[in-house]
Ligand binder design. Sequence first.
Ligand code: SF4
Length: 175
Amino acid sequence: MEKLKIGISSCLLGNKVRYDGNHKFDHFITETLGRIFQYVPFCPEVGSGLPIPRETMHLVGDPSFPHLLTTRTQIDLTERLIRYTETTLNSISSENLSGFIFKSKSPSCGLFDTLVITTPNDGTVKRGTGLFAAAFTKKFPFIPVTDEKQLQDLPLREKFIEQVFAFSKCQDLKQ
Ligand code: SF4
C-alpha cells in the first residue's frame, strides 16, 4: 500500500531544529505511524532563516492576530514568519498532503494550546494558535490536523487516522 503524505513539524521526527538545538523526537509518530505515513517535514522558524540555537520567542497581543516576539530582546519576527509561511503554503498545494501533525504549544506550530500574552503589563495569558499552524488551517480548512499530544489519546488518534484516509480517498475520487 502506498503511504499517505503527511506534513509534520520537523522537530517531531528528531531533527535538531529547536531553539535550544535539540529535537522533540516522537517514537510513536515516527516509527509506528511512519509505517502508514510518509512525512514531509517543515520547520517554520528555521525555514524563515532563524539560526539554531536561537532566542526563545512567544506570542503577544490579540490571540486572533498575535505578534511573534523574542522573549528577552523583544524583536518582532511576525513579518519574517508570515513571509515564509505564505511562500511555503503556496508550494504545499502541490505536495498532496492528506494531513498535518503539528508540535503542540509552539508559537509557530502550536494548534490549540500556544500561550498568548494578551496583557504584557500584568502577564495575562490566553490560549491560541501558532502563526504557521493558524495560516495552514485557514488556507487548507479540510486537511485533517492534529498534534503529538492529541495522538497520545486513542479515540483522537483513531479519529485523525480515519479523517486522513477519508480525505485521501476524496482527493483520489476528485482526480
Ligand atoms: S515546533 Fe515548529 S518551529 Fe519549533 S522547532 Fe519544531 S518545527 Fe520548528
